[in-house]
Design a protein around this ligand. Sequence first.
Ligand code: C2E
Ligand code: CA
Ligand code: CA
Length: 711
Amino acid sequence: MKRYLLVIFISFCILVTGVIWFAENQHAQIVESHKRLATERLGKLRAALEGQINSSLATARALQAEIKISPDISPERYRLLMRELITDDLPVRHVALSPNLVIQFLYPLAPNKEALGFDYRSSPEQFENVQKAISKKSIFISGPVNLVQGGQALIARAPVFIENKLWGVIAVVIDIEKLLISSGLTSVDDYLFALKKQTDKSATLFDFGDATLWENDYVAIEVNVSSETWLLALAPKDNVWAERNNIYWIIVGAGLSLSFLMIAFMFNLVTAQSRLRSALTTIDHQAHFDPITDLPNRRAFVDYLTQLTQKGQEQQFAILFIDLDHFKEVNDSLGHDAGDDLLVAVAKRLQNQLRGTDFIARIGGDEFVVVINRFTSHQVVNDLAAQLNRHLSQPFSLRQNQIQTTCSIGIALYPDDGLRATELLKNADLAMYAAKTAGRRTHYFFNDELREQTERQNALHKRMRDGLNRHEFSLMYQPIVDFSTGKINKCEALLRWTDEHGNKISPSEFIPIAERTGLIHELGQFVLEQACLDWNIIDQSGYPIEMSINRSERELNDMESAKQWLSCIRQHNIPCASITFELTESLLMNDKQRQLQILRYLRSQGVKLAIDDFGTGYSSMNYLQRYPVDYLKIDRSFLNKAPDDRVQVALLDALLRVARALDIDVIAEGVETKQQWELLQQKQCDFAQGYFISEPLPLKELLKFLGKWQF
Ligand code: C2E
Ligand code: CA
Ligand code: CA
């Protein structure tokens, strides 16, 4: 940016200089033309001046010639001759003839009488000038001299030689005022004029006109007089040859405005450019960095890992997949800002423990990955993982809270645990899950057992998919009794899988894998479709029933599937209120806005909602207030030791009270004994489900059971 500003500044200077140069150039041309005019005028003036002087000198020359012919000139002859030669229009004041350097003839005589008989040799000053003319043997002009009669005069002295012998001197006295007038100089009123004698460049023997002119800008011309040169000059009266006129200022104004415009345009361009560049940088940064911790994000990490693996390098490296334990509880209990602060603090601690060659990224909510480059043995990685965990378990002070967190770390090594980036990351993730399963706050290396487990999962996924096509899946229904009437008015649909070899596989085993691989969507679709078909059969058999259907969190990802469920229910002509979706409480715990929006929509359409396995997660009653549900299904672990275990009974009691206060009906799960049944009845629980009533039954058996049921 700075560089561009400098370029703009220099461009601006060049433009302004250019504009001023152009305007000045235009102006100089005008000055030049004015000077040309003045020079032309000077030419004319010079011609007049030279004419006047030469005419005056012609008098001396004519006299020279006359004396050469008749050296004994009489005063009368002299007078006649002079009268002839000196006309009124000549600036000649008088002419003196001095044979033998003594003035003996004067014309006109009357005003100059006293000068008769003057010997030049008696005045050193005059004599000097006379001698100059004699030594040069040509006319020599001297002066100006102040005249006794007033005014100033130039004296042109012409020596007369007869047969190379000095006869005497002729002096023609030229009146300067008259000279200037007659050559038209004094009538120059549109210029200042000056005239000087230029014997050499510096010395000035006379200087007429306006002497200040010589210090200013003038034009001059040389005037050749006899053997000398004078300088005649003109200058404008106010010393300015040409004013900078409107056109000059228009050029300057327009040029400067144009320059400013161009510079503004360039500046705009540069700032827009730099804004664009910084926006692009920001976008690029956002694309590769996590906004909370400013660590590289998942994308940057995958790029980095891909680069590492594509190099096909010999060097091994380790990926540490770090997941914070119970981070969600921090978010839930202290708020998201505290959660973010914790992430930042964790990122800092991790960074402090790593070397410059290691790479760290945040790839998900509470998931970080670290790539350890160059290590000597597994032990080093093992120790580092333990050290990271130790450091992270030191309490954090955030917003006046002391927060303690731990983490689970999964480790995958290159090249042993995978050659490709995705494979390595998946395996590190699996190892992290293993660490979580092993009780959290620990680390786990990816190993053959995990590899087998993955392979088993992949194989199971394939078998499930094939099993769906081969109709190996079916539904069983477990009745639910209403304590208030003693009737069975609900049942829960439970999925069953018997594979092609007749093996029964528990939903607790295949559902989590279907959730992980995404097959849960197809399975869920099958369950809903089948449950709707069976509902109609049960209904038509004369048993009005509410059907509970389990939904996984993963199935609630988009509104479209929720709409499909509704249309499926409606297509089978089932009132929405006869369908209950069972969801685990984890859905309510985390801030899963999208899923909650879908749930609200379903409920607004009349579908009922139940919280399944209530009490097994880190549930809080608060959630129930915020998200209205119809039923709470208390997990069987709340009941398994009742009524003998008094603590469990007290807990059950408390739970029932709260549910009643919130106007939510409670279904007790896993009722296996008469004592449990009686306890629930006594505590005014709303519904019961369990082996004490019935195991899950195939449809036909259910219909028989409903027919037999009496309470
Ligand atoms: P769940 O929703 O809590 O279902 C109740 C489980 O408890 C069922 O196991 C049922 O057979 C068992 N059970 C019922 N009464 C008793 C009892 O008195 N004592 C004991 N010990 N157990 C009892 P099941 O059918 O193996 O299902 C296991 C889990 O699989 C279910 O737990 C549910 O979370 C999931 N599941 C089953 N069917 C589906 C389905 O269609 N979709 C989804 N997403 N999940 C399903
Ligand atoms: Ca259930
Ligand atoms: Ca349950």
